[in-house]
Design a protein around this ligand. Structure first.
Ligand code: HT7
Ligand code: ZN
Length: 861
């Protein structure tokens, strides 16, 4: 397979100013007629051929300026159509046949539950028609869709609606026009028998926009929350970034088969149904929060991605990192800022730090790829967002807003680069970000060592930075790192918060005139995506947990304390007096979880015990059995000290009001369920009874799922019955059944893997649906280390069998599954050899997709 390099970027030889498309929808033979207004680009040679992408297209007709082309005028091979001897400006007409029914890759035009839908990012448009399928070719579009009226009464495309009417033979048509130039990856089309909920939004300049959410008719009662989240997102983007919506209509369509969460197609977002449908009885508070953030994310792309798009796919973080930052800020404003930050950072540690520390490490702006599908990663998305956040910290809120205004205004309607974005930050603020740019080009997580000295009223803090080599990058130069910090004395804060600028390999910062030696609260609010190594004794830790004025750092200090205890229990780290330390830790978190002045959601985060996978990420060598045992002991140790408090917390946080998915009620339920989770560390008859009662009496899915999932993780005799009753109750609802699959994928016990294998044959499982694959195979491989890394290699056998099977059907999803193996080099030797050799064998296999080949090769290299 061919590698593509950032350094080889060249402007396109031809641009397409306008596209007219006609679709005659048919399950197996959809006819796509395209008329492209093509113009030679400035600087292109007069004899440059027109080169278009096309994949799995059956070419029926081709004409230039109305003249049909003979076979000697063009070639179509290896997914490229080349037309020679074309004029400087002309109309190209093509007619192709495609087979949506056979499209199992879910890229291009495909069918989900009898409905036509599309997914064109990153390179799916070429599976619909011949086109320069690259993001720097921007065109206006008009689209006509024809289809059978009874089977597909709803016909949608991007932009504003035009004419519609009936045709012969029971068919009908609808026309759409999108006046905003867009790259082909933002094209979308939907045809199906759909119901919709409608609302409207009046923009800041007084224009009324129709809002519609389309779903299969039986899901119509699950659209209200997404519609409400959409209106709040539109308002927030006007208030926070000055961004107004720009079409007469904004539509969201839910589909059951989708490779990702959702897609920001202009005016016609397509969503994985798991990221849009919610009702109180079927969705948890976590689902509601996720839906809110994804609706916001896709909506925010209308400016950060659509109006200003990416020049090439190496610039993916330009739209994704910035848009994640925007959706994170939205969530922080809608809910609790501290809790939102904890959750975002937890996710960054879980996914991105892991990526940065292994064979898949790559810069936020990668330098090469075989298929860009493999670079929709935590590094591009989540670390990309952290880079925007750091620039905001360096600039301050006012200059940051000036910079985003400048960026949007200057690049509106164009395909931009990271350089345009950082350049706008510099121009609006006068701050030199030359060194900061290394964050975009250098992979790896900087490790900061903090040492301190105290001398007669002067506190000196020395920060040293180092980044380990990553694939293809051996030497790393120091980065520009914003360190938000404060000093905490025995009675509370001692100096005002400061942002230190760490730019050298090592720098010392001094603070004079202090009465007593402080403890530094470093990287407040996680001001930079780095790891910090420092020696803190138990007293200093307890001071930060109890008195830090930065809530994030109170949580982070407690979390680090828990991790050190877990590592020592797993035999991976020395810790003096670990028994006493565990009691100190339990007492420290008890103070927080019982402090009613603190938000319940924050207290719930403090009470949450790191998972086995979390612990695996933090140790030098992964022994899944030792980690599982350490976590079991840790939870039981906490339970011994906190039992009474947990029972009280459970009762005090019962919610009796009508269900509301907002932060207040959700926080209470989170705290109550976190208390129950710890009580279930060693479930007595009474605790199991409590969980059963919660499951049976629940009037919302948060409580029902909270209880059944805990029973599913236990070895209580009630387990099987609780699971089978849950299935019987919900088997008609695929999204709820996915939860049931996840809980069983995560379950422990000697026969855990056998049960997972049995589930792969269950009626609820379907290899053709990515949500099912992720729920069962993904959850098992990523979050059930004991079963996945079973000592006899049977977990690996199941995993690779499924990856191979899936690769034939849906390479994007197969390749993504492989990320579950990225820590294989840190496994204990026996498992490392077993997993490593399977990866190497896969990489050498003939007939793999480019997606899976690229991942297997990078992983095993
Ligand atoms: N921009 C969207 C990315 C996406 C995608 C990428 C590859 C394959 C399928 C896909 N579906 C959606 C989603 C987003 O970040 O908003
Ligand atoms: Zn996005």
């Amino acid at each position: 397979p061919k590698k593509i390099f950032l350094k080889d970027y060249a402007k396109p030889d031809y641009l397409v100013e306008h596209v007219s498309l006609t679709f005659a929808l048919d399950k197996t033979k959809t006819r796509v007629t395209a008329r492209l207004s093509v113009k030679r680009n400035d600087g292109a040679a007069a004899d440059a051929p027109l080169v278009l992408d096309g994949e799995d297209l059956d070419l029926v007709a081709i004409a230039v300026d109305g003249k049909s082309l003979g076979e000697d005028a063009y070639t179509y091979e290896h997914n490229v159509l080349t037309v020679r001897d074309v004029p400087a400006a002309f109309t190209l007409e093509t007619e192709v046949l495609i087979n949506p029914d056979a499209n199992t890759k879910l890229s291009g035009l495909y069918i989900s539950n009898g409905m036509f839908c599309t997914q064109c990012e990153a390179e799916g448009f070429r599976r619909i028609t011949f086109f320069p399928d690259r993001p720097d070719v921007l065109s206006t579009y008009d689209v006509r869709i024809e289809a059978d009226k009874s089977a597909y009464p709803v016909l949608l495309a991007n932009g504003n609606p035009g004419d519609k009417g009936d045709l012969e033979n029971g068919r009908h048509f609808a026309e759409w026009a999108d006046p905003h130039p867009k790259p082909a990856y933002l094209f979308a089309l939907v045809g199906g028998d759909l119901a919709h909920k409608q609302d409207s939004f009046t923009t800041m300049s007084g224009r009324e926009v129709t809002l519609q959410i389309f779903v299969q008719p039986h899901n119509l009662d699950k659209t209200d929350y997404a519609l409400d989240a959409l209106k709040r997102s539109m308002k927030w983007d006007e208030e926070t970034f000055g961004r107004e919506y720009d079409l007469d209509i904004f539509m969201i369509v839910a589909v059951d088969h989708f490779n990702f969460g959702a897609m920001e197609n202009k005016g016609l977002n397509i969503f994985n149904s798991s990221c849009v449908l919610a009702s109180e009885t079927t969705a948890t508070d976590g689902d509601f929060e996720l839906i809110e953030s994804i609706v916001a994310h896709e909506y925010f792309h209308n400016w950060s991605g659509n109006r200003v798009t990416c020049r090439d796919w190496f610039q993916l973080c330009l739209k994704e990192g910035f848009t994640v930052f925007r959706d994170q800020e939205f969530t922080a404003d809608q809910r609790s800022r501290a809790v939102a930050r904890i959750r975002d950072v937890r996710r960054l540690w879980q996914r991105q730090f892991q990526e940065d520390a292994g064979p898949l490490a790559h810069p936020v702006r990668p330098e090469s790829y075989i298929t860009i599908d493999n670079f929709y990663t935590a590094t591009v998305y989540d670390k990309g967002a952290e880079l925007v956040r750091m620039m905001k910290t360096l600039l301050g809120p006012e200059d940051f807003r000036k910079a985003t205004d400048l960026y949007f205004d200057r690049n509106d309607g164009t395909a931009a680069t990271v350089e345009d974005f950082v350049g706008a930050m510099e121009e609006a603020s006068g701050i030199d970000l030359t060194q900061f740019r290394r964050w975009y080009s250098d992979a790896g997580t900087p490790q900061i060592s903090a040492t301190e000295a105290w001398d007669n009223g002067t506190y000196a803090l020395t920060l040293t930075q180092h980044t380990d080599p990553t694939p293809g990058q051996d030497d790393k130069a120091p980065r520009h790192i914003p360190v938000r910090m404060g000093l905490i004395g025995p009675d509370g804060p001692m100096v005002d918060e400061k942002v230190l600028q760490l730019k050298e390999e090592s720098q010392t910062f001094t603070f004079d005139g202090l009465q007593t030696k402080p403890v530094a609260s470093l990287f407040r609010g996680f001001s930079a995506p780095v790891t910090v190594k420092r020696e803190l004794d138990t007293e200093e830790r307890l001071r930060l947990i109890a008195q830090d004025t930065d809530s994030f750092n109170r949580w982070a200090t407690a979390h680090a304390f828990a991790m050190d205890l877990l590592k020592s229990m797993a035999g991976q780290q020395e810790m003096k007096n670990s028994h006493e330390a565990l009691i100190s830790y339990a007492k420290a978190i008890e103070t927080i979880i019982t402090d009613e002045t603190l938000e319940p959601a924050f207290r719930a985060e403090v009470l949450r015990v790191p998972t086995e996978t979390d612990i695996g990420r933090a140790v030098a060598q992964i022994d899944p059995d030792a980690i599982s045992e350490a976590r079991r002991k840790f939870r039981r140790g906490l339970l011994e000290t906190l039992k009474g408090t947990l029972s009280d917390l459970y009762t005090a946080n019962l919610v009796n009001d009508d269900y509301d998915p907002g932060a207040d009620q959700a926080g209470k339920r989170a705290l109550k369920n976190a208390a129950l989770a710890l009580l279930m560390a060693e479930p007595s008859d009474t605790t199991a009874e409590l969980a059963l009662r919660q499951a049976d009496n629940a009037t919302n899915m948060t409580d029902e799922a909270g209880a059944v999932s805990l029973l599913a993780q236990s070895n209580r005799p009630e387990r099987e019955d609780a699971l089978s009753r849950f299935y019987d109750k919900w088997k008609h609802d695929p999204l709820v059944v996915n939860k049931w699959l996840v809980w069983q994928a995560l379950a422990g016990g000697e026969d855990a893997l056998d049960k997972i294998i049995a589930l792969t044959r269950h009626e609820a499982f379907d290899m053709g649906n990515p949500n099912k694959v992720r729920s069962l195979i993904g959850a098992f491989a990523m979050e059930n280390p004991k079963a996945f890394h079973r000592a006899d290699g049977a977990g690996y056998d199941l995993f690779f069998e499924k990856v191979r099977e899936l690769d034939k059907r849906n390479p994007q999803v197969a390749a993504r599954l492989l990320t579950a193996t990225e820590a294989w080099r840190r496994l204990e030797p026996k498992r490392r050899d077993m997993l490593g050799s399977r990866l190497k064998a896969l990489a050498q296999e003939d007939g793999l997709s480019n997606n899976t080949f690229e991942m297997a090769e990078r992983l095993s290299d």
